[in-house]
Design a protein around this ligand. Structure first.
Ligand SMILES: Nc1ncnc2c1ncn2[C@@H]1O[C@H](COP(=O)(O)OP(=O)(O)OP(=O)(O)O)[C@@H](O)[C@H]1O
Length: 273
């Protein structure tokens, strides 16, 4: 009998609510169902404030859903998701540590001897194209270079799941594309499960195997799940010029666009959470 792969991340009817300062309860996400297979790259796209980061935090074990269940590799998640590495939009580098020390720290806190941690960190800096920048402090690096260090910092720990929250958000358009290609190259090498949050539908289609669309909040829901069958390997600048890419973009955007407007209005209204 064929052995079935475990599912890396599964949310079953996950509802997430926050208690506000005035005592009201704000339901951010309602009954979210989705799964990321082992080795699959899934992007979540939705309007501003719909709950994309909230879902990622649930998968990371940083937030407990008020209802529903979270399973990681088919086991209920209790506490932090130790199988996951998390890459945020904001830099999470230590300003007082050099690039190599920032990368090595991921191993050192696990007890890896310093010499070994440094050797592996140097290798990872090479993989992200920063082999010659090991001795630089974060303020001596560009935004794109800092992202590369952050990526190496996460990957050196070899997490089975990568959770990425608008990781390339603050970068200029060209650097975003370079980082996207670098991410795909590294991902192709050992196919981790990836959950990638972005508000950029083009980026999502270019990178992912599946694009999951959320509605505007409150009580945001998952309203679409598209399989992206564009061939790999992909160059994320070139894939955007293909006919199939445009067809997918048109189809998904037709569902997303009204939600984007609703989300924008919600986010500007006083009293919204
Ligand atoms: N700790 C909290 N307390 C109260 N409300 C919260 C809290 N965290 C998030 N929210 C609200 O939950 C909703 C979802 O937030 P979240 O950050 O997940 O959205 P998002 O889709 O990632 O947004 P963006 O695209 O703007 O980054 C928002 O309305 C937000 O204001």
């Amino acid at each position: 009998m064929e052995k079935t792969e475990p599912t890396a991340v599964a949310l079953d009817s996950a509802t997430v609510a926050f208690r506000l300062a005035d005592g009201r309860v704000y339901t951010a996400v309602e009954q979210a169902n989705f799964a990321v297979a082992n080795g699959e790259f899934v992007a979540i796209v939705g309007p501003t404030g719909c709950g994309k980061s909230t879902l990622l935090n649930v998968a990371a074990g940083l937030l407990r859903p008020a209802g529903g269940a979270v399973r990681i590799f088919d086991k209920p998640l209790a506490g932090l998701n130790r199988d996951a590495g998390y890459l945020f939009q904001a830099d999470a580098l230590f300003p007082w540590k050099t690039a190599i020390d920032n990368v090595a720290i991921g191993l050192e806190i696990r007890g890896t001897p310093r010499a070994e941690a440094l050797a592996r960190a140097q290798k990872w800096l090479g993989s992200v194209g920063l082999g010659a920048f090991a001795g630089r402090y974060p303020h001596m690096l560009s935004g794109g270079q800092r992202k590369r260090v952050a990526l190496a910092q996460v990957l050196i720990r070899d997490p089975k799941i990568l959770l990425m929250d608008e990781p390339f958000g603050p970068l200029d358009a060209q650097t975003r594309q370079i980082m996207g290609n670098l991410l795909l190259e590294l991902w192709t090498a050992d196919r981790k499960a990836v959950l990638f949050v972005t508000h950029d539908l083009e980026e999502a289609i270019a990178l992912a195997d599946r694009v999951v669309i959320m509605s505007a909040g409150p009580s945001a829901r998952i309203i679409g799940d598209w399989r992206i069958t564009l061939p790999r390997p992909r160059d994320i600048s070139e894939v955007r010029m293909e006919k199939d890419f445009h067809a997918l973009h048109r189809e998904i955007w037709s569902v997303l666009k009204d939600e984007v407007m609703t989300g924008y209005v919600q986010s500007t209204q006083a009293g919204a959470a």
